[in-house]
Design a protein around this ligand. Structure first.
Ligand code: FAD
Length: 422
């Protein structure tokens, strides 16, 4: 049986970053298994009829300059666009700047007053049981009902009382009455992704950069891990049985538990149907993406690649949140309702659709519940004692950014290499 110091399951950003960090630290042997025919996971890109589309808009924002430099150094030839985000929320026919809760002064006078009244009377508690309670408790009913609750119900495709109050963590923009009032005079709409970078060649340019950094790692495409034997420390694929010193898995946590023959527990998530749509001429300008809480529209978000890359033809991604579950989707009928919605909202006017692509992300947004938080932490600890490390957005079962994935993989590589050498 072949043996490697590390077997990495998954060639998305997390798995590729981990392999890069390990190579930088020493000469350990690494095998990276990827079930698909290409690397990148959710950061793959489709190029079609002159349009550049991701699996869904993947924009890179950084809190750590060193991580951004590390990544960009791997792609010296790539043209990188630096963008100051302009995101809008369409509520009651008005386009409000993101974050909605700080810009309610842009609504009609009546709605603005209702939002401010409820925000003023909000009586935030220290702790909340659910996401829905947290939103109502901190921001009041009007802000919740106009945007935060219907929008997130469309996105997560579940009752928000299922989700933990901290389900969005640092990605949830908070405010209070004084801040919102001040924002109407001196706008400060900064958020975690106010500025982002995006390569001319799409998100896959980052993946290609990470892949080009690998010199000693063996990359096996089209080779899925199908079973893991914790006692013999080995992985079975359709082609072979391989043993490892440490296993780093980026597959969804429930799949890992199943492959280990462990109790899978109860995890839930949504799936997102993404349409990438190319048109023959330009549409709205000066906006990068828009949020749609209106439940009579099928999509929750529409993004404009052409306004990020500077194109002269409208190039959209359109996202629809759906419950997870088996069964094929009726993609053509979803596309018909998307086109009706885009026309109703004035996003498509005289343009003709000339190119299209769709993909389903499943899982897309995991449902972080109190139960999933507790059980995933416990089981990940147990697994790591067995030399199995479940990381990445779906391995941790969390809500995070690509940068978080890179930072996490660096920390894990440092820890494991220090232990191996010690
Ligand atoms: C709709 C949407 C929009 C997003 N937009 C942004 C954004 O703008 N900016 C941002 O920072 N983040 C964004 N994210 C988050 C980002 O996509 C993730 O953080 C990141 O892609 C996760 O990378 P990963 O490697 O952990 O997982 P993945 O990309 O899921 O990679 C896991 C890999 O493992 C492989 N795999 C699975 N099972 C097996 C197996 N049994 N054997 C072998 N291989 C296997 C898969 O094929 C895949 O390639 C978004 C997420 C979603 C859902």
């Amino acid at each position: 049986m072949d043996h490697y110091d590390y077997i990495v399951i998954g060639g998305g950003v997390t798995g590729l970053s981990f392999a890069n960090w390990i190579e930088e630290l020493g000469d350990a042997s690494v095998l990276l298994l990827e079930k698909e025919a290409s690397l990148g996971g959710y950061c793959r890109t489709v190029k079609q009829d002159g349009f550049v589309w991701d699996y869904s808009g993947h924009f890179f924002h950084f809190r750590h300059q060193d991580i951004e430099r590390w990544l960009l150094a791997k792609m010296p030839e790539e043209v990188i666009h630096r963008v100051n985000k302009r995101a809008l929320i369409r509520v009651e026919g008005v386009d409000v700047d993101f974050p909605f809760q700080k810009n309610v002064h842009q609504l009609s006078k009546e709605s603005c007053l209702r939002c401010l009244h409820d925000l003023y009377h909000a009586d935030p508690k220290r702790e909340y049981r659910t996401f829905k309670e947290m939103v109502r408790g901190k921001l009041g009913d009007s802000i919740s009902d106009l945007f935060l609750i219907p929008y997130n119900e469309k996105l997560y495709a579940c009752d928000l009382d299922l989700l933990d109050a901290e389900a969005m963590g640092r990605f949830f923009p908070s405010t209070n009455f004084a801040e919102t009032l001040a924002n109407s005079q001196r706008p400060d709409n900064r958020s975690y992704n106010s500025q982002f970078i995006y390569p001319e060649g799409g998100a896959v340019a980052f993946v290609n950069g990470l892949a080009s950094g690998l010199k000693n790692t063996e990359v096996a495409l089209d080779e899925a891990a199908i079973a893991i034997d914790e006692s013999s420390k080995s992985v079975r694929t359709e082609k072979r049985q391989i043993s490892y010193g440490q296993l780093v898995s980026t597959m969804p946590l429930p799949s890992l538990l199943q492959q280990c023959g462990r109790n899978v527990g109860s995890y839930s998530w949504n799936r997102v149907l993404v349409f990438n749509l190319g048109f023959d001429s330009k549409g709205l300008e000066d906006v990068h993406w828009m949020y749609f809480p209106d439940k009579s529209l099928p999509f929750y978000r529409v993004g404009f690649y052409d306004n990020i890359l500077g194109g002269d033809r409208m190039s959209l991604y359109v996202e629809i949140g759906l419950p997870s579950g088996v069964g094929a989707l009726d993609v053509p009928s979803h596309l018909d309702s998307v086109m009706v919605g885009l026309k109703r909202e004035g996003i498509v006017t005289s343009q003709s659709l000339i190119s299209q692509h769709s993909v389903v992300l499943d899982p897309a947004y995991v449902h972080m519940t109190m139960e999933s938080e507790r059980t995933s932490a416990t089981v990940r600890d147990e697994l790591s004692c067995q030399g199995i490390h479940s990381v990445g957005r779906y391995g941790r079962w969390t809500y995070c950014s690509i940068e978080d994935n890179i930072v996490e993989s660096k920390q894990l590589a440092n820890l494991l290499e220090a232990a191996r050498e010690g």
